[in-house]
Design a protein around this ligand. Structure first.
Ligand SMILES: NC(=O)c1ccc[n+]([C@@H]2O[C@H](COP(=O)([O-])OP(=O)(O)OC[C@H]3O[C@@H](n4cnc5c(N)ncnc54)[C@H](O)[C@@H]3O)[C@@H](O)[C@H]2O)c1
Length: 362
């Protein structure tokens, strides 16, 4: 395949901000088709990209011979039918997180992608943060000793504004759990490993968001014990008044090991803080240059907003995996593993108990 033709399904917030510039950086790759169920959003995307193939029906896009791969960036409830239609038509699929509404859906997606021999990827964007990749390197190379604790805190102030599909269970599946905590669950897997058991709680403080009922949680906490004995406390809220939103609001991860503590904050993705055993406090260090971009990408890390631009590397990973006929990292399997934890967390919140985690087989 000389040029890889790409279609985007869902031309809303994340597609144009993350995936469009990511695809533009991939060699011998062309965005050829756009799909959005909203005529207005579709027209705006056509104007912005100059792409001439556009449709409101994703089935039309996935049947085209010139499109080899699709990026799904639509509300969560649509991920499974779209990914299954795309894979069944032989298209490689990069799908946004959370991968599906529940574990059964995500396993169907994984099975279908495998049966059709296509590449499949879940957009767990945080794996591409330079500091996160360097922290992973330090954990794996023994730089922090035995991991004791992981602590993540995602605090935003979304107030009582209307969240559209994000506040509806039939569209989103879960609230803050799938929206924000799913990333943290994935990088807890990435940095620390498998969970052994967990408990969780969720809370909805706002039932009506500017005239529209919300039936999903706006706060969640998961407490976990990992297979390697480490403990985790992962909290996420949309109601941290005054904290702001997005990349500049509180997005914190701390790992305490026997030899060192590491602290990451998304506000400074190319730096993090470390304190070694015996030290009195944290020092800020730069992430070494070899971790600033994903291997092979031509992205210049000195250009643009570092809080945004690392996100483009995930599209490079997707296209590179297609080109080199290898598994994407992270694949649908990682999406299904996070979904297993999410389903269990919701159950634990209802049952008010600890539950053993059982991951889907590899
Ligand atoms: N990886 C990340 O960091 C990240 C960040 C934000 C959002 N997301 C995920 O991306 C997805 C989209 O989020 P968003 O913020 O861009 O939402 P959005 O509401 O801004 O955009 C979604 C778009 O999908 C379109 N759409 C809805 N149903 C459709 C259908 N059946 N066919 C075609 N188009 C359809 C909507 O018209 C809308 O334009 C969600 O799954 C979300 O969780 C991931």
């Amino acid at each position: 395949m000389a040029t890889i033709g790409v279609g985007i399904i869902g031309c809303g917030g994340i597609a144009l901000q993350n995936h469009l510039p990511g695809i533009e950086l991939c060699p011998d790759t062309q965005l050829l088709g756009l799909c959005d169920s909203s005529a207005e959003v579709l027209e705006r995307a056509v104007q912005q990209t100059g792409v001439t193939v556009s449709t409101q029906d994703y089935n039309e896009l996935v049947r085209r011979d010139d499109i080899h791969a699709v990026i799904i960036a639509t509300p969560n409830a649509t991920h499974a039918p779209m990914a299954i239609a795309a894979a069944s038509n032989g298209k490689h699929v990069l799908c946004e997180k959370p991968l599906g509404l529940d574990q059964a859906e995500t396993l169907d997606m994984l099975r279908c992608a495998r049966e059709n021999g296509v590449r499949h990827m879940t957009a767990f964007t945080y794996r591409f943060v330079p500091a996160m990749r360097y922290m992973k390197y330090l954990v794996e190379s023994g730089g922090i000793g035995q991991p004791y604790h992981i602590r993540t805190c995602r605090l935003q102030d979304w107030g009582d504004r209307n969240l559209g599909w994000r506040q509806l269970s039939h569209m989103a599946g879960s609230g803050e759990l799938g929206d924000m905590l799913s990333h943290r669950l994935d990088y807890a897997h990435f940095l620390i490993g498998d969970m052994k058991r967990l408990t969780a709680d969720i809370r909805r403080f706002i039932d009506d968001r500017q005239g529209q009922a919300s039936d999903l949680e706006d706060w969640v906490t998961v407490m976990a014990e990992f297979e390697n004995q480490a403990t985790g406390v992962l909290e996420s809220s949309k109601l941290a008044t005054g904290r702001g939103e997005g990349a500049r609001s509180q997005d914190y991860c701390e790992i305490n090991g026997s030899e060192a503590t590491m602290v990451f904050q998304l506000a400074n993705p190319n730096q993090f803080q470390i304190a070694r055993r015996g030290q009195a406090g944290l020092e800020t260090i730069d992430v070494p240059s070899e971790f600033l971009v994903w291997p092979g990408t031509s992205r210049d890390p000195s250009q643009g907003d570092p809080g945004i631009n690392f996100r483009w590397d995930q599209d490079f990973e997707f296209i590179d995996a297609i080109r080199n006929q290898r598994e994407c990292d992270p694949s649908f399997l990682q999406g299904a593993r996070v979904q297993a934890v999410m389903d269990l967390a919701l159950q634990a919140a209802v049952d008010k108990t600890w539950l053993d985690v059982q991951y889907p087989g590899g």
